[in-house]
Design a protein around this ligand. Structure first.
Ligand code: ADP
Ligand code: MG
Ligand code: MG
Ligand code: MG
Length: 403
């Protein structure tokens, strides 16, 4: 009888860990000494190793007892448990869009999954001039399907509530989102930092009553509108691409929340790529991707809801059985509210990636801080204006980006 305790993995620890699991040994092939183990951690939180053997490969992800990029910031280990649960749940809905789940070890907080060989993050692909349109189509459909099939529209409340209560325990990372995305950037806070060229923009933003009211409303939507199972961290570094194969990784922030949150995060990182883009045609390409993302999401979500038997408690077929035309109106209202949530959450995410704790690499290629600040100001002003005066249509969003 052996009790395994947590210890942080090293490359040799990864070898020993995998060697204890017969199915993984078979998948990798050969002896553990022959396996190539590379650490590829590049996120803020966790350790990630890619392991290649003579027969195959795996990806090993482990939570650390602290934020990876800040050892003084302590953090419970349980986040890989939620990522493992998200991966298994989403694989039932969209198996082609996630790495295959292989193993979760609850003592070591280790998740083992398919290794996505020769994939790069969507952020890298788009930053290097790659296509943004087709991946946006795929992600729109992914968000529509995972949201719809985990929601009360497709499922009875008796089936949703157990999932909802399980993911509600992901409080550590929900707290991080609430603080870093929806709170800190909108007030003076020691975790914020920005280029000094943006001092005036930040002061204006943090003292704008319309902005603060919009943010208070977003906070409420985020915590108190559990519409569907969200990814919760759907930025372009959580999406990996290889040709037309698109996968979603890193579901550790998963929770039940407003569907517009996932849409908004995706949109925010397209806007950041737009602001950092090296040329006008490149900016236009990214605006095309933004248009297509919402159009595809809306189309896919409505198609699922209009299908003959959605089967959930909120699909309103019973409520509107005498007035079936009302269902169409309700669907429009629902999607309008997802749209306005998307726009609001996108704004908060853009702002926090420029003035908050965890910033993005999109602007790193720019040589001088004044060039960087100029591009970041484009994104910051666009985002602040989304909160000050919410666009009423998707056309209005792209019109504001096309000028
Ligand atoms: P974190 O939670 O710390 O952000 P991620 O899950 O985003 O960690 O993974 C960090 C990096 O590891 C990714 O950017 C990617 O390069 C690599 N990675 C993660 N999962 C896989 C996988 N299944 N296959 C290949 N590479 C992966
Ligand atoms: Mg990540
Ligand atoms: Mg291989
Ligand atoms: Mg992560």
């Amino acid at each position: 009888f052996v009790v395994q305790y947590y210890e942080t993995l090293t490359t040799s620890g990864v070898r020993l860990f995998l060697a204890r699991h017969d199915a993984l040994v078979v998948r990798l092939g050969g002896e553990s000494g022959q396996w190539d183990v590379q650490e590829v951690s590049d996120g803020n939180l966790n350790l990630v190793f890619l392991v290649h053997g003579p027969a195959g490969s795996v990806c090993v992800k482990q939570s650390l007892p602290h934020v990876r990029v800040d050892p003084n910031w302590q953090m419970p280990l349980d986040r890989t448990e939620f990522e493992a649960a998200w991966l298994r749940r989403v694989a039932q809905i969209e198996p082609e869009r996630v790495p295959v789940f292989l193993l979760f070890d609850s003592d070591m907080f280790v998740l083992v999954m398919e290794c996505l060989d020769n994939f790069v993050t969507l952020r890298q692909a788009v930053g290097n001039g790659g296509d943004a349109v087709e991946p946006s189509r795929v992600i729109a459909e992914f968000v529509a399907r995972t949201a719809f099939f985990s929601s009360f529209l497709a499922r009875k409340l008796e089936d949703v509530m157990p999932d909802l209560s399980f993911f509600a325990k992901n409080t550590t990372l929900t707290r991080i989102t609430f603080d870093l995305v929806l709170s800190d950037p909108f007030r003076p806070h020691c975790r914020n930092h920005w280029l000094k060229e943006l001092d005036r923009d930040v002061a204006e933003l943090q003292n704008d009553e319309a902005v603060l009211l919009a943010v208070a409303y977003l906070q409420q939507r985020f915590l108190a509108s559990p519409q569907a199972l969200l990814h919760g961290d759907l930025h372009s570094g959580s999406i990996m691409v290889r040709g037309d194969d698109v996968r979603v990784i890193d579901g550790e922030f998963s929770l039940y929340g407003p569907i517009g949150f996932d849409c908004g995060l995706y949109l925010a990182h397209l806007v950041l790529a737009w602001a950092a883009a090296p040329s006008a045609p490149r900016r236009a390409h990214i605006v095309d991707a933004i248009d297509i993302f919402w159009a595809e999401f809306r189309k896919a979500f409505l198609a699922l809801w209009q299908a003959e038997v959605p089967g959930g408690d909120l699909c309103s077929r019973a409520t509107f059985s005498v007035y079936p035309s009302l269902l169409r109106l309700e669907q429009e209202q629902y999607l309008d509210s997802v749209f306005s949530d998307m726009v609001g959450f996108a704004a908060a995410e853009i702002i926090r990636r420029i003035i908050g704790y965890a910033q993005v690499t999109d602007f790193d290629w720019l040589q001088t801080t004044s060039e960087k600040a100029e591009r970041q100001r484009d994104a910051l002003v666009f985002a602040a204006n989304l909160l000050r005066k919410a666009p009423q249509s998707p056309e209005e969003v792209s019109a504001r980006l096309r000028i």
